[in-house]
Design a binder for this molecule. Structure first.
Ligand code: SF4
Length: 700
């Protein structure tokens, strides 16, 4: 008889859908959407539905390896601990680093962060979520005084206007797209505006598509602020009572002439007028943004330009309205909660706040606490390349493909004296550089929690046995910590104990901002943890129920409880030359570097090989035929992909998906073309856009 269904959570995007997984006697796994999960109410997208096809063991890393040869766990763990200790002794704590991932569960993340910041004494732990949403984190901090996402998925169904900017929701957050599409049928007054250089599949539900020039978002929203002021659409009472900095922000918005904004954004003046008027007249409005906003050298300014428009109209903290950053990864939000970014401490505390540092150190009874922010992802790999980092541990991610200037990152890894990689796969472009490989548990075997884009914490539960010698990430990190000499603080026997400690830390006295608070679970038992139903934070000791609406009372987490307008300059100029603008992104049926979705023939059938989308007229001008091979190159890299001609692509720009690696197609790693330019506030790299030459491959 088949095992009963196990309630768990999808490991792909930040929607965080509930999944019912039923292992069958024949070794396969039946997958269905969980009708009781508040993120998806039974829905799944193509990736989630195919999860059962990705849990087989082909290509899995199933035993520890040292120098490419099988080793015991004791040998591998002893070596990692002794090499890290030796490097720290000789060169200091800042000579080592962890690079972690939004694929880790919150409990894994918590233990890794505790080891690095509290016991090694460095903040050199950063995450691939830096590449995904760190500009939103920085924008929230600047405006709200805390990294608080005010929105919920229900707001998307209550809104009369949804503005989607830099977000192909139909492919990247498909169940949210389905929820909006269904709400639009129920509520015909709802309007959707899509702001995107490409006419993506998301345009199918849009009433208006604004084909914005890459990086034109700041000018658009600064221009919108000026328009709102001119049209008398501001909420002066709200601005007066609950915010500061409005005059300076409006001062920079005074260029609101539509022709000027059109020059900055590439959007026609009549389209601008239609959008601005709709925004001004629609009270219930949610602005959803994602990587098209965040992955930019001005990502944080873009985020604040959006938030400014909501503060200026008082459209925040109420049902059906607010700015809403949706996260890319399944546990990007969980990583933020435990301080998985190099510039944050656990539980939303600040590394540059001496009181917070003392509080965390006391709570952990740790010998040290990182005194200053560590290296953010791009700088971290530069430090690997120039020899400052001498021992690096990479967990559940593939930076040799996914970082900007990926070839330089691969070279840095090759030169690094000691590289440890924990992964589920034996062969990625990153495992090739590992001195020690540690086999980690995969989805279906892991046990812990994740947090989705609307702050909802859900359990990932195991329904398969750990294969061969694979171990959970929290166990691997705990064992290394013990061997490094920190056994007394790393006594965890199961993830429930880690979650209980994480929850207790969120409720400590004198923490200041109480936006992240799950102290109601501080004493959680293993049994209660097993049964934990999805819930939204905050959920403090004193609250009978979780969730609630942030900023409903007009109070924010700044010292004076007022939100901050940020005066951002009106335009991003960028470098314009004769080359094409390369836009990078995802396809519907693949996830990141395809280490899991590449195992499903069904998912791989959607796009069988890497491609470049190009407007037919641009292609004709270059002598490029549909389905022919095309070369894209610049100073950083050189790739060859198949031409896919479509008028969904704007003239002068091309699109290449991010997924293909050397495992699946040689010479198609698009991130080799992207520079390592970063946003000066968040450190997020400008992965969305590059300038490239495009030519027929045959002409070479
Ligand atoms: Fe998974 Fe995201 Fe699809 Fe939901 S929408 S099933 S979380 S990939």
């Amino acid at each position: 008889m088949d095992t009963p269904a196990v309630r768990t959570t999808c490991p792909y995007c930040g929607v965080g859908c509930g999944v019912l997984a039923t292992p069958r006697d024949d070794g396969t796994v039946a997958i269905a959407g969980d009708p009781e999960h508040p993120a998806n109410f039974g829905r799944l997208c193509s990736k989630g539905s195919a999860l059962g096809e990705t849990v087989h063991l082909d290509g899995r890393l199933l035993e520890p390896q040292i120098g490419g040869k099988a080793a015991s766990w004791d040998e591998a763990l002893d070596l990692v601990a002794s090499r890290f200790n030796a490097v720290i002794r000789e060169h200091g704590p800042d000579s080592v680093a962890f690079y972690v991932s939004g694929q880790l569960l919150t409990e894994d993340y918590y233990v890794a962060n505790k080891l690095m910041k509290g016991f090694i004494g460095s903040a050199n732990i950063d995450t691939n979520s830096r590449l995904c949403m760190s500009s939103s984190v920085a924008g929230h901090m600047r405006a709200f005084g805390s990294d608080t996402v005010p929105g919920t998925y229900e707001d998307l169904e209550l809104a009369d206007l949804i503005v989607l900017t830099g977000s192909n929701l139909a492919w990247c957050h498909p169940v949210l797209y389905q929820r909006i599409a269904a709400a639009k049928v129920r509520r015909p007054q709802m309007r959707v505006v899509l702001i995107d250089p490409r006419r993506t599949m998301t345009a199918d539900i849009a009433d208006m598509h604004l084909p914005i020039r890459a990086d034109g978002d700041t000018a658009l929203f600064v221009g919108l602020l000026g328009f709102l002021a001119k049209e008398g659409a501001l909420d002066h009472a709200y601005i007066e009572r609950h915010t500061t900095g409005f005059a300076a922000a409006l001062g920079l918005a005074s260029f609101c002439d539509l022709d000027v904004i059109s020059q900055h954004t590439g959007i026609a003046p009549d389209q601008l007028l239609a959008f601005f008027t709709l925004f001004a007249r629609t009270e219930r409005c949610v602005t959803v943004y994602s990587q098209g906003v965040n992955q930019s050298a001005s990502g944080t300014d873009k985020v604040n330009a959006i938030i400014n428009c909501h503060l200026a109209t008082g459209r925040i903290g109420r049902p059906g309205m607010g700015p809403f950053s949706v996260t890319g990864q399944p546990n990007a939000m969980g990583g933020r909660e435990v301080g998985g970014l190099a510039n944050m401490l656990a539980s939303h505390m600040q590394i540059e706040n001496a009181g917070h540092r003392r509080l965390v150190q006391d709570f952990w009874a740790s010998p040290a606490i990182a005194a200053r922010p560590g290296l953010k992802a791009v700088d971290l790999f530069k430090a690997v390349g120039d020899g400052r980092i001498k021992a690096l541990w990479i967990m559940a991610t593939n930076p040799a493909d996914s970082m900007p200037e990926a070839d330089h990152v691969a070279k840095a890894l090759k030169a690094c004296p000691f590289v440890v990689v924990s992964d589920i796969n034996a062969e990625t472009d990153t495992t090739a550089y590992a001195h020690v490989l540690l086999p980690a548990a995969g989805w279906g075997e892991k046990d812990g929690t994740v947090t989705n884009s609307e702050r909802r914490i859900s359990r990932q539960r195991p329904f398969l046995p750990l294969p061969d010698k694979a171990k959970p990430d929290w166990w691997i990190i705990t064992e290394v910590a013990r061997r490094m000499g920190f056994a007394a603080a790393f006594t965890y026997q199961n993830p429930a104990q880690i979650f209980a400690e994480h929850a207790a830390l969120s409720g400590v006295e004198n923490k200041g901002s109480r936006d992240f608070d799950i102290a109601a679970h501080a004493g959680i038992s293993a049994r209660a943890y097993d049964n934990l139903a999805p819930f939204q934070w905050p959920q403090s000791q004193h609250a009978a129920t979780g969730g609630g609406r942030f900023f409903a009372d007009g109070g924010f987490f700044t010292p004076d409880r007022r939100a901050r307008f940020v005066a951002v300059p009106p335009a991003d100029t960028g470098v314009i030359d004769q080359r094409f603008t390369l836009n990078t992104g995802r396809v519907r049926d693949h996830w990141h570097t395809m280490t899991r979705t590449g195992k499903s023939a069904r998912l791989s059938a959607h796009f069988a090989e890497p491609f470049v989308e190009m407007h037919p007229l641009d292609a004709a001008g270059r002598g490029i035929a549909d389905a022919s091979l095309v070369r894209l190159n610049n100073d950083y890299g050189d790739i060859v992909v198949r031409a896919l001609l479509t008028d969904r692509q704007a003239r002068g720009s091309v699109f290449v998906p991010m997924h293909w690696t050397n495992q699946f197609a040689r010479s198609a790693r698009v991130d080799t073309l992207v520079t390592s330019r970063t946003d000066p506030v968040s450190g997020q790299p400008a992965l969305k856009m590059a300038r490239v030459d495009v030519q027929p491959f045959e002409a070479l």
